[in-house]
Design a protein around this ligand. Structure first.
Ligand code: FEO
Ligand code: CA
Ligand code: CA
Ligand code: CA
Length: 673
């Protein structure tokens, strides 16, 4: 341990130590010692959290009735500030087909960390031709998606929590043949999961700290605990885990969120693609549940089941129930055992973003990314305690899961998925089964089938929640579901849309809401509507709406909104996934666009960034001072395969290395400011 990491004996140290101790994670661990050294005199852990979380919406709720993390922190702009600063000030870029990251004039970007970068002392440098699972476990993983910025001491040091969603063997290995080499399967399992990486910013820019004590790899076989109402359920038990409370790994972690107590929520999305042979699942109910989640009847395309029985439903039918959860991880403690929080339900969670109800309960919004699936929110039983970090570590284990029903009169309700619901009684044995089969419960109560719900983000200025529907080429009729046709008005929906949801009484804890369409993505020059009254069910796929903004010549075109973020002025930043595949607007590479949500420029969308070929852009995440926008370049060049890559970003070799990019202004201005 270096001198730098010597524990400091300040009240700040005690705050953190007490928190860890009460949370039950032991206190004499190397990672904690590293943590202790980071907290300067006269600064509490709450101070650090308050700054790093300032732009998040839970603070809006907190401001009303709950003591905010600490006195004196600047958390929200005043109404007057918000009204005068709602514009965006950058010269938009044109859509690009270059194999480059492109940003506006006066901005620049740097690659901060990428697949294979060594994270620990003694970790080998990346060697494409000599990959091993042992090396990958010590290196940054593949295909980054969610990025969570967790501030350390000052604005120049932070932890970045990063999801590694999935692997693509054809881009990772030369002449890849699925199932041919066990070592390649083991490398892929090790390249999944997530990373925590310390970042520093100095005169030369952002870089990752190779040997930081905070650095961590979480993989497809890292031990985790299952918590909440479904922990220990009989359907959760396997040959390897008779308790139903312990699982190895997290898979397909797409996006996520951050909590006010400084933890990382990372979401298992398309977990079904790792489990094979559901046709041979003996129990008919288990088989039907797996089928509803898309588990394959036969082989998977990765063939991990060839080497590991747990991925084969014919041998281990319950293992798939142990995936599809929101996982909570403390990024400040490298020894924290990740928790799969079953109270938040099981689906293909895109993200899990947090707000606070007016009475202080924790609220988590989450979309289930599948055509005709649903939007959920969880409301905790207990209140967030800003005064004691440890008190909050079990908050997400007790509460109520709701699913959204949209109505055509622009109202909606959150339907509780509880065992006392008349439509669930008799169909499910207990609350644990409802949570493990969340989709089936939501089907039974008549939730509204949406156009692939992706991110759900509260706006820190107006408190409204923005829901991205990325697209739905299979919506072929006006009313295919029990709920609203207006909430998914296009038939088909190639370019996606964004819904603006206002909770009853502006309270995230409400069970009622109002909603309207904020954006119908596409090419505004084709068929731009400027009036909400024009938005009737059954709109053609090329109809667009940009929150009423009328000047089609100024607007950028956009398709397939996926991850979104807000700056502290309430401007919405939209990362896209699938623009190039959009069939009717010929959009080049995936991108980041920015759009004000208030004022005269509400709806005025402009492109800020373009990714290299074949990638999607993920993340977007601001540094706490908003002078940096981080984003992930995921699966650049996907589809070609080594040695026929369609991208060679960023190293210009024969392979690509998905990674994380930091964008800044030359004069260190706030992004878009
Ligand atoms: Fe992994 Fe819903 O995108
Ligand atoms: Ca992704
Ligand atoms: Ca996504
Ligand atoms: Ca997506």
């Amino acid at each position: 341990m270096s001198e730098h990491d010597t524990p400091a004996h300040s009240r700040n140290t005690l705050t953190l130590l007490e928190a860890m101790d009460q949370e039950g994670n032991g206190i004499d661990r190397p990672g904690l010692h590293a943590s202790q050294g980071e907290l300067p005199e006269n600064e509490t852990f709450g101070d650090v959290l308050a700054r790093s979380m300032a732009r998040r919406a839970f603070l809006l709720g907190a401001a009303a009735s709950v003591p905010v993390l600490m006195a004196g922190a600047t958390l929200l702009p005043s109404a007057a500030e918000a009204a005068t600063k709602d514009g965006l000030n950058f010269k938009p870029i044109s859509p690009s087909t270059l194999d480059e990251v492109v940003v506006p004039v006066d901005y620049f970007h740097e690659v901060v960390v990428k697949w294979g970068d060594p994270l620990f002392p003694g970790a080998p440098a990346f060697n494409f031709k000599n990959q091993t699972a042992a090396a990958q476990k010590q290196q940054f993983g593949y295909n980054s998606d969610f990025l969570g910025y967790f501030q350390l001491n000052g604005s120049n040091r932070a932890l970045l929590a990063v999801n590694h969603e999935y692997t693509s063997g054809t881009e990772m290995f030369r002449n890849y043949v699925p199932g041919a080499k066990k070592e390649e399967t083991d490398i892929e399992i090790a390249a999944h999961g997530g990373s925590v990486v310390e970042l520093v910013r100095d005169y030369s820019g952002w870089r990752y700290v190779k040997n930081s004590k905070y650095n961590r790899r979480i993989t497809g076989d890292t031990p985790m605990i299952i918590t909440g109402p479904a922990a220990g359920h009989k359907l959760m038990k396997t040959k390897a885990d008779r308790s139903g409370k312990h699982v190895l790994g997290m898979l397909n972690n797409c996006s996520g969120g951050k909590t006010p107590w400084g933890t990382w929520l990372t979401c298992e999305e398309n977990f079904n693609q790792y489990f094979a042979n559901n046709d041979q699942t003996a129990d008919a109910d288990v088989k039907a549940a797996h089928a509803r989640y898309g588990v394959s009847g036969g082989a998977t395309f990765r063939l991990w089941e060839k080497f590991y029985d747990r991925f084969d439903c014919s041998k281990e039918p319950n293992e798939a129930f142990r995936f599809g959860w929101v996982v909570e991880i403390d990024p400040y403690n490298p020894n924290f055992v990740p928790r799969k929080r079953t109270a938040l339900g099981r689906c293909k969670h895109e993200a899990a973003t947090m707000a606070l109800a007016n009475d202080g309960r924790a609220v988590v919004y989450s979309g289930d990314d599948e055509r005709f699936d649903y939007v959920y929110k969880f409301v905790s039983r207990d209140r967030y305690n800003p005064g004691n970090r440890a008190d909050n570590f079990d908050l997400l284990d007790h509460g109520t899961l709701y699913v959204a029903k949209f109505r055509d009169d622009n109202t909606g309700v959150w339907i509780p998925l509880t065992i006392t619901h008349p439509k669930l009684q008799g169909k499910f044995a207990d609350q644990g089964e409802i949570l493990m089969k969340t989709r089936l419960a939501a089907d039974a109560v008549g939730a509204t089938a949406m156009d692939r719900p992706e991110d759900c983000q509260p706006n820190p200025v107006n408190g409204k929640v923005y829901l991205t529907m990325t697209n739905n080429s299979k919506r072929t009729s006006v009313v295919p579901d029990a709920g609203s046709a207006l909430a998914n008005p296009r038939v088909p929906n190639y370019n996606g849309h964004i819904i603006e949801l206002t909770e009853g009484g502006n309270d995230h804890g409400s069970t009622k809401f109002r909603w309207e369409i904020f954006l119908l993505a596409g090419d505004p020059k084709v068929d731009l509507k400027t009036n909400k009254a024009d938005l009737t069910p059954g709109l053609p796929s090329n109809t667009t709406f940009f929150a009423g903004y009328a000047d089609a010549d100024k607007l950028g075109k956009v398709s397939c909104p996926d991850n979104i973020a807000f700056d502290s002025r309430g401007n919405l930043w939209i990362a896209t996934d699938g623009q190039p595949e959009s069939v009717d607007i010929g959009m080049p590479n995936d991108a980041i666009h920015a759009v004000p949500t208030a004022g005269p420029d509400r709806g005025y969308l402009r492109q800020f960034l373009s990714g290299p070929k074949g990638c999607e852009i993920c993340g977007p995440e601001f540094s706490s001072d908003e002078t940096t926008l981080f984003c992930a370049v995921q699966h650049p060049g996907e589809g070609g395969g080594v040695p026929n890559q369609i991208s060679n970003w960023p190293d210009r070799g024969i392979f690509t290395r998905p990674g994380v990019v930091a964008v800044r202004h030359r004069d260190s201005r706030k992004i878009g400011g």
